[in-house]
Design a binder for this molecule. Structure first.
Ligand code: SF4
Length: 422
């Protein structure tokens, strides 16, 4: 059975897809392109209406390009609107997020009906799972969310916060490292709530300490973390320069306290500022990313100016700007909006200009420094600990941790030279 995975959305979805990939291999599958696949799994996102639309367009395109493929849809859109998706041509099954863990078991009859040709072993026997040679692996240690951000549909599509046990996480890390993975990215829908649902309760910081002490040849990265969960102990742990790399992503969403309140975000701009400033003091070279929404219902020109003003003076190094998009079913969707589409677009553009300047400043500051970096793909590029993608000359083998001197940055490209033999 030849399969292809198409993934939309956040790092948790990417981590889920990595898990599905492993499950499908274990079920005897062999990864291939969408046009060649017997089974195409579309792992959807439903954060905005346009995410839904992209998923529908993709499913139709898959159907047109490969009419024989059986299409299975999963992810947040599949959880929110299963019926709508099951009506699309070619869709054989819709699997909600809650059944992702049992994905191949639930789909056993469908998988059994697929060709067992070139991907199978002698006499059609299932192949053993092949160790993947991925360089970086996303690992979802948590899913679900108990917060109530008014613009977000995720608590409805992913349910309450649930965490993997320590043993489960440590076991998955060991097996990823045995497969050759050199960087594990800890992901979660609400990652900072890790462990609150476990008995006895624990925390992301405790998990990070356990991983830091694990005798494996691998580094760790923390993916998106809500600002209120970025605690001093976690910053200290990263600042001790063990296995955790100096990279944080703390979504601000807005720098006007009035809008933060309307969004249901449990912090103020000054709370956020304190966290980011403490982070910058402890880790002067860290990448600190953020997300910001433009055009939230009720946003005034003064609110927008507050976001521009905060960003311009902040130590952030990258900011993703999202024009507000209505998501039916959320509280924000029922708020009356005074911000029209053209104004939202203009505000998003202005925010992106400032975000571009922050990124440029970070890149220029990195020139001349030496960073620990992981070579990617064929080895023509490497990802530094502080999340800069650097093209390498001379080329190196892929999947190696090396020291790289950053030589230049021009037109969005960074060049580096590896130091020492590898
Ligand atoms: S913290 Fe807020 S934005 Fe993030 S998943 Fe939970 S409800 Fe959504």
């Amino acid at each position: 059975m030849k399969y292809a995975l198409v993934t939309f959305g956040c790092r948790v979805n990417q981590a889920d897809s990595a898990g599905l990939d492993g499950d499908l291999r274990a079920a005897g599958g062999r990864p291939t392109t969408v046009s060649d696949a017997d089974l195409v799994v579309v792992n959807t996102c439903s954060v905005t209406s346009s995410a839904d639309q992209s998923a529908r367009q993709t499913i139709r395109r898959i159907r047109r390009g490969n009419p024989d493929a059986r299409i299975v849809v999963t992810g947040c859109y599949a959880t929110r609107a299963a019926e709508e998706l099951s009506r699309l041509p070619g869709v054989e099954a819709v699997v909600p997020n809650a059944r992702k863990e049992q994905f191949t078991a639930d789909l056993r009859p469908l998988i059994a009906s697929l060709p067992r040709g070139t991907g199978d072993g002698p006499c059609g026997a299932t192949l053993e799972t092949q160790p993947s040679s991925r360089t970086v692996q996303m690992l979802a240690v948590q899913t679900g969310c108990d917060e109530a951000c008014t613009y977000c549909i995720i608590p409805r599509t992913r349910g309450h916060g649930r965490s993997r046990s320590f043993d489960d996480v440590l076991g998955r890390v060991r097996s990823a490292v045995a497969d050759g993975v050199k960087e594990v990215v800890l992901a979660g829908v609400h990652l900072g709530s890790y462990g609150r649902d476990l008995t006895p309760g624990t925390s992301l910081q405790s998990l990070a300490q356990a991983l830091d002490a694990l005798p494996v040849d691998c580094r760790f990265r923390i993916s998106s973390l809500e600002p209120m969960d970025c605690e001093p102990g976690l910053i200290d742990l990263v600042a001790r320069r063990g296995r955790f790399v100096p990279h944080f992503h703390l979504p601000l969403q807005h720098a006007s306290d009035a809008v933060l309140r309307a969004m249901g975000r449990p912090y103020t701009r000054d709370d956020y500022r304190r966290v980011v400033d403490a982070l910058r003091d402890a880790l002067p070279d860290a990448a600190i990313g953020s997300d910001i929404i433009a055009g939230f219902p009720g946003e005034t020109a003064a609110d927008h100016a507050a976001s521009l003003d905060y960003l311009a003076g902040s130590p952030l190094t990258s900011v993703h700007v999202f024009p507000y998009a209505d998501r039916p079913g959320t509280q924000a969707s029922r708020m009356s909006s005074n911000v029209d589409v053209a104004v939202t677009r203009r505000r998003a553009r202005e925010l992106r200009e400032v975000a571009g300047q922050l990124q440029q400043r970070f890149r220029h500051r990195a020139v001349g420094t030496v960073r620990s970096a992981l070579t990617l793909g064929g080895g023509a590029a490497a990802l530094t600990d502080n999340y800069l993608k650097v093209e390498l000359a001379p080329l190196l083998p892929g999947n190696r941790l090396v020291d790289v001197r950053i030589v230049s940055t021009t037109a969005g490209r960074m060049l580096g030279e590896p130091l020492g033999a590898v």
